[in-house]
Design a protein around this ligand. Structure first.
Ligand SMILES: Cc1cc2nc3c(=O)[nH]c(=O)nc-3n(C[C@H](O)[C@H](O)[C@H](O)COP(=O)(O)OP(=O)(O)OC[C@H]3O[C@@H](n4cnc5c(N)ncnc54)[C@H](O)[C@@H]3O)c2cc1C
Length: 304
């Protein structure tokens, strides 16, 4: 039996929304299909009557710099993000996270919008977009609006998007400026190709002298049920001199405030707790170094 009956490739957002409306819950949005088709095949989702492919809609595959900001269409693939020199230099964590998603086949078709819409607390691209403080361009119940990305998530695999009616159109975030830097790393099972045991994205701003953390945003996942910032750890860093003592302070606060769960397929809570510390010790100095030198060379992209 076919997985779906009708497949549409609308040319505009309006057309896509009209198609979804016509099927009244019987159609689903598809982008790269790397998550969706598996979910349908494995019976996690009912077979839809129709699939509405959003990858041919002009604008939804746009990557563009808008002065100090960047606009990323929801249908941009992980491979396109990895190939962007602007993102490599000024949103390095995103390039690093999209560069380790699956293998080349998955990165060539899997999209950043699909990663976010799937709403897993360990989605690699999502982790970095949260650290970049991205906002999302969405249509929810027919109303187009910009939402802080974190407000989109409801629970593991659940977002405010009804993927039979709503659309994620794109993202906007501020690119790193002077004294700012980012980094992403993850802990993965050997030969693992799906979600990580743990991923960590960090954005930092140093003060003018480059000696102190002026501000920080940290996303570590999966820790809570939704992708979220580690705000207590961020707070612990503000005003601290850059160096080993600040990292240890962040690690201590992480130990006290972050409580990951055991996952039957990936890791125990205890292991994850230790890996949070390992990741913070790797990622914080790297982001600070990039902020200090202004040199952001993504590490190991596509090498995992
Ligand atoms: C072998 C393999 C390895 C993987 N490895 C990783 C990994 O290392 N890290 C990681 O984070 N993920 C990984 N994934 C998961 C997946 O590839 C990514 O999450 C990918 O970004 C999903 O994008 P997609 O375009 O394929 O989404 P799709 O499968 O097309 O869609 C996913 C969900 O989002 C909805 N959707 C998609 N786009 C929109 C939109 N614009 N508006 C509203 N709803 C939308 C769909 O209806 C569906 O429910 C892996 C998957 C596979 C199969």
């Amino acid at each position: 039996m076919a997985l779906w009956k009708h497949y549409y490739t609308p040319a505009t957002v309006e057309e896509a929304l009209a198609l979804l409306r016509t099927y009244q819950g019987g159609a689903r949005v598809i982008a790269g299909g790397t998550d969706l088709l598996l979910d349908i095949k494995q019976g996690h989702l009912p077979r839809p009557e129709a699939l509405v492919d959003i990858t041919r809609i002009p604008g939804m595959s746009d990557l563009r710099q808008e002065e100090d900001e960047f606009y990323l269409g929801a249908a941009v693939t992980h491979a396109q993000i990895v190939d962007s020199p602007v993102l490599a230099a000024r949103a390095t964590c995103l390039v690093e996270s999209c560069g380790v998603v699956g293998g080349p086949q998955v990165r060539n078709v899997g999209t950043i919008g699909g990663n976010v819409a799937h709403a897993l607390p360990a989605g690699d691209g999502t982790t970095s977009l949260i650290a970049l403080d991205a906002t999302a361009d969405v249509v929810l119940s027919g109303v187009r609006q910009w939402l802080p990305l974190g407000e989109l998530f409801v629970g593991p695999g659940e977002s405010r998007l009804d993927q039979t009616r709503d659309l994620l159109i794109g993202f906007r975030f501020r690119l790193c400026g002077p004294h700012e830097g980012t980094a992403f790393k993850r802990i993965m099972r050997p030969q693992g190709v799906a979600l990580p045991i743990l991923g960590c994205a960090v954005w930092v701003r140093l003060d003018e002298s480059g000696e102190h953390y002026a501000d920080a945003r940290i996303c570590i996942g999966p820790v809570s049920k939704v992708p979220a910032r580690a705000q207590a750890v961020e707070e612990a860093l503000r005003g601290q001199p850059v160096g080993a003592a600040a990292v240890e302070r962040a690690v201590t606060v992480a130990r006290q405030t972050l409580h990951p769960r055991t996952s039957k397929y990936r890791a125990t809570a205890e292991y994850r707790q230790e890996m949070i510390e390992v990741l913070l010790r790797r990622v914080l100095p790297l982001a600070a170094e990039r902020a200090r030198t202004g040199e952001a060379i993504p590490e190991g992209v596509g090498m995992e």
